[in-house]
Design a protein around this ligand. Structure first.
Ligand SMILES: *[C@@H]1O[C@H](CO)[C@@H](O)[C@H](O)[C@H]1NC(C)=O
Length: 383
């Protein structure tokens, strides 16, 4: 089908009027430049083909063969990322997993906000929205870079990567002296270092002049990438396991453990809510607070350059989807409440039948029996 369509187009085109031809050419060219400008991102790895990557024969064989071809197939890698890909092929599925975790967590944290972190079908992953240096862009950079730290640290511990293993973090000073430090821990040091090298690579490839928009955006991205890594790195925990006769816990073995990714998501969402607006200093070399009444942002805080677009109405130019049709809560005064979510346009209410398990009873021993109940609930969606 593809073939016949293409052939037909080939036959048709010469007969089409020339102005039509030129429109097509201009359209194609502008689409092309737009695609480049649309910030191809390595996040793409989290959307497509991590599993395909893992099952790829070159990868499975340990790949002494050139894998450049394979890395080049991934859309959204910058030149330096491409080089890292060929050197550390075995890391790529962890990076994909990290990006995927980041996207999933973003959608969870923003499920009841006007901007809900939905993705689009191209290599920018989050669509044209990310071109605006808003706090939403800040969040996506932070959460995806946190995802990579998390995934790589865990992969080291699980023995999936050739160049790292269990954490070699020092024994914490306050650990009870009878407890053993030495379980295999998440290698957060390695995860941090690798994520920094890989994620930041695409930002630092080019030099930008002072005062330029590109320089500001580059510095903003670098800062937020770091904030994301810190949201994992600075919150490593100590986890212990008891040994000894029937759980007497006479002996404990402890190791370094990653925070859960949900915790990381909550933390970064708080940082999003308190993000700092920044601008260039007078020399155009550094980013400083726009409003001096606010605190200086720390390394863990998110920063942004531009006000967010209006997420109330759909706008293909900014990539905003609008909130028409979004489910809202009539009772809530928060962001998920109908008045804020629907931006004052009002809402429609309809009834929905829910089937759920109910009247559950526990029988000795050991099963639970439930009935199914039907319940009708009101669902509100924005006009
Ligand atoms: C976000 O909201 C839009 C409607 O505004 C909806 O089409 C989309 O499925 C939602 N995405 C997620 C991830 O919930």
């Amino acid at each position: 089908m593809e073939v016949s369509r293409r052939r037909r187009r080939k036959d048709d085109l010469p007969r089409a009027p020339t102005w039509w031809w030129w429109t097509l050419v201009i359209l194609l060219v502008s689409m092309e430049t737009r695609a480049v400008y649309a910030l191809d991102m390595w996040w793409q790895l989290g959307v497509s083909g991590v599993e395909r990557w893992k099952n790829h024969p070159t990868y499975v064989l340990g790949a002494s063969q050139p894998v450049i071809g394979l890395c080049a197939q991934i859309k959204g890698l910058s030149a330096r990322q491409l080089r890292l890909c060929t050197t550390y092929q075995d890391h790529m599925s962890s990076i994909g997993r990290g990006a995927k975790m980041g996207i999933g967590e973003c959608q969870f944290q923003f499920r009841d906000r006007r901007w809900n972190c939905s993705t689009v079908q191209d290599s920018s992953v989050f669509g044209p929205l990310i071109q605006i240096a808003s706090r939403e862009a800040a969040f996506t950079h932070a959460i995806s870079s946190a995802g990579v730290v998390h995934a790589v640290s865990r992969s080291c511990r699980e023995g999936d990567l050739a160049s790292c293993g269990c954490s070699r973090a020092r024994r914490p000073k306050d650990l009870h002296r009878d407890w053993i430090w030495g379980g295999c821990g998440d290698n957060i040091e390695y995860g941090y270092r690798f994520a920094k090298a890989f994620v930041d690579a695409r930002e630092t490839e080019r030099n930008h002049p002072r005062h330029s928009r590109e320089l500001a955006r580059m510095m903003m991205n670098l800062h937020n990438n770091e904030a994301g890594r810190k949201a994992v790195y600075n919150y490593a925990k100590v986890e212990c396991k008891c040994h000894g006769v029937s759980g007497s816990c006479a002996l404990k073995t402890c190791w370094q453990q990653l925070p859960t990714f949900r915790e990381v998501g909550h933390r970064l969402r708080d940082r999003y809510d308190g993000a700092t607006e920044i601008r260039f200093n007078r020399r155009g070399t550094k980013l400083v607070r726009k409003n001096k009444n606010f605190n200086k942002p720390s390394k863990e805080d998110l920063i942004y350059l531009d006000e967010s677009p209006n997420y109330c109405v759909a706008n293909p130019e900014t990539g905003s989807l609008g909130t028409v049709g979004r489910v809202c809560d009539k009772q809530s005064q928060g962001m998920d409440g109908c008045s804020l979510m629907c931006c004052g346009r009002g809402y429609n209410t309809f009834k929905q039948k829910l089937t759920e398990r109910c009247h559950c009873k526990f029988y000795w021993c050991c099963y639970v029996k439930c009935k199914t109940c039907e319940r009708v609930v009101d669902v509100n969606t924005c006009k």
